[in-house]
Design a protein. Sequence first.
Length: 423
Amino acid sequence: MGYLVFCQTLSAVILILLVATLVIKEHENRKISFFVPSVILALLSTALSIYDHAILAAALQKGTDIEVAEAEPVLSLLAHLLEAFSLSFFCLFLKAALFKRARRAGSFLTSISFVCVPLTLVSGFLPVREYGYPAVLLFQTVLIILLVIFSRAEKNVRAWFITAGGMYAVCCMVCISAPELPLDTIGIMLMYLTVFIGYEVQLKNDMLHRELELSQAKTALLMRQISPHFIFNSLQVIISLCDSDPGKVKPALTHFSGYLRGNLESITTNELIPFTKELAHTKEYLALEQYGEGKDFAVDYDLQATDFMLPPLVLQPVVENAVQYGIGTRTNGGHIAIESCDTPFMTLIRVKDDGTGKSSITEQQKSRQSVGMNNVRARLKAMCGGDLIFESSKSGTTVTITIPKSEKITSLTADELSPESKH
């Protein structure tokens, strides 16, 4: 019997750690409020069972059965009664955690489980109580499995919980066939430990799913906010050409159609795109801007890195910011430099302008600029963990786009975002 006491003691220690973990991590979760009592009751049942075996061992060493006859039945009854209560509270937990539909079925099965508690008490007064206890507990375990089946939870969740119940059912059947092996307390520990692991995994998956949905919704909202802005600016340029230089309208429309053809996909997608595609969009935008009146600025390119992915509509808004609020503040001319390079841990894109910067734009322009750049920064962080860094001086402004390097960066989509990359 020594190894059984050792296993029961080990199960008690694990149950204590389990309760402590639940109280610390899930104290605000109302569903767990039914699981904690069930674990505590199982812990008390295990403690009584260990004490029962200790009294039995001591009595056998003294060679007397008097203490055994007086103490063992009472302790055994209390231990199994607490175990039955534990299983009933566990049914309440399953009903709260898994049942979104068919609540009547859940309530009915849970009620039957509580009815089984008095049956455990009755079994303690029967001559065959060593068979009656595990039989009642086995019936409660069947109710637990039925609860999981009727819960209509996800298949992987049901499989995990049914496996946990199956472990305990096997231990109960061993107790029925071999009463000298009281494995029920060990079985309930294994069941609760398995349920705890499965529930924690499910909570983590649900959290990741909710974060992913939130990130995708936020990204879609940001894209909807920014798309009309692009189209409006481009149409304004073409409209102005109709009055100032009609001969340039056709080439401008050609650039605009090319811009839309490649850009509409970017507007409606949450996937990362090649840098070369984003650069082509940016060049179309710059060509349209240079048709505008007084827009005789120069653009230089120093592209040391081109083979990487980035969120759509990241470079173009930054370049637009340089055109509108950088060199746009100059009376004439201006210069924009677009650079890209690799570092050991990330890819950098720099957009430089020689404008007078924030000192020459109005508060309304500053507000509009801030909204546009915040949109870009939010999508960078949400889709690839990147960032946007501003450096302003009297000689101009430099905006640096940081793209963290990753082995999966070339195939990452919004459906594969990690929690660390969420904004």
